[in-house]
Design a binder for this molecule. Structure first.
Ligand SMILES: Cc1cc2nc3c(=O)[nH]c(=O)nc-3n(C[C@H](O)[C@H](O)[C@H](O)COP(=O)(O)OP(=O)(O)OC[C@H]3O[C@@H](n4cnc5c(N)ncnc54)[C@H](O)[C@@H]3O)c2cc1C
Length: 263
């Protein structure tokens, strides 16, 4: 079974994010870049499916700048077989639809039975790219999957829903997105890291995919980011002093009544 994982490189959630002067993007200097956590689940699940089937290929597909190679190499070190990076300045600054258009064009040249993606990218949080890719390719899309099973030409997926689980069957080829809990991603082993350096990694441009640059990236974006801002700072907390628990409770009640005026 040939599986393609859609993988995005994002800032590490531990990184201190700063808004750039244009107020619509973030400062990228000093940012530590990692694989989007939901895409790590996608890589792990693709590897498990390949291992269970005993044959096939896992290809990592990314739209991003040169630095994204590091994320692809990490996925190759986990065990994926090949990587493809679409790196073109004209693809930058676009919206989810533009990213999906580029990914779908690349997928027309890569054989696949299954596409696995993250439910969302933790930097821009659009939750849109996988659904749009599936729509462009005319294949089924199952979101928020916590368990899957391949059955002949079909995939059976368990999805989380509010207060329960839904089981969905889809005809292959299909695309599904991962939800937290689907698996525990493996670490890249040292031999894996060494092997990854020799695995095939192709770089392509929009011209290679026959995409008109005016239809994607900043030029083709139908949705524009107008501003980015942080939530307002929270006022500092107050530590209630008192000799005994009773005195502290009495002081808390006084503050709630006289200062916060909520009781
Ligand atoms: C400089 C800059 C300018 C931008 N300007 C705009 C703008 O004007 N308007 C706007 O709407 N957005 C803009 N964006 C946001 C940007 O294009 C988003 O990354 C894109 O819309 C996808 O949204 P998302 O990453 O939240 O994807 P989601 O839909 O949340 O991602 C879900 C999954 O899709 C897959 N995926 C997503 N992106 C990629 C990728 N690049 N490669 C491979 N797989 C991927 C992954 O599996 C991921 O887990 C800008 C971004 C940058 C860096």
């Amino acid at each position: 079974m040939d599986i393609v994982v859609l993988l995005k490189q994002v800032p590490d959630t531990e990184t201190l994010i700063q808004i750039a002067a244009d107020k619509t993007s973030i400062k990228t200097e000093d940012v530590k870049w990692v694989i989007n956590p939901y895409d790590e689940f996608a890589v792990e699940e693709a590897l498990r499916i390949k291992e269970a089937q005993g044959e096939g290929k896992v290809t990592i597909l990314t739209v991003g700048p040169e630095r994204a190679i590091e994320a692809i190499r990490t996925a190759l070190a986990m065990g994926a077989d090949e990587g493809v990076l679409i790196d073109d300045p004209a693809a930058e600054g676009g919206d989810a639809l533009g990213t999906a258009k580029v990914l779908a064009a690349a997928l027309r040249e890569i054989p696949y039975d299954l596409i696995v993606a993250g439910q969302r990218a933790v930097d821009d949080d659009y939750y849109q790219v996988p659904a749009a890719v599936a729509a462009f390719l005319g294949i089924a899309q199952v979101s928020m999957v916590i368990k899957e099973e391949i059955q002949d030409e079909k995939i059976l997926c368990e999805r989380t829903i509010e207060g329960g689980t839904m089981v969905v069957e889809a005809q292959l080829p299909a695309l599904f997105t991962t939800q937290k809990g689907i698996n525990e991603p493996r670490y890249a082993s040292l031999p894996g890291i060494m092997k990854a350096k020799k695995k095939p990694l192709a770089k392509k441009t929009l011209a290679d995919l026959g995409i008109n640059p005016s239809e994607v990236g900043e030029a083709g974006a139908k949705c524009r980011v107008m501003s980015l801002s942080f939530p307002p700072e929270r006022s500092p907390g107050k530590i209630i002093e008192g000799e005994t628990p009773e005195a502290k409770a009495a002081e808390l009640v006084r503050l709630l009544r006289e200062e916060a005026k909520v009781i």
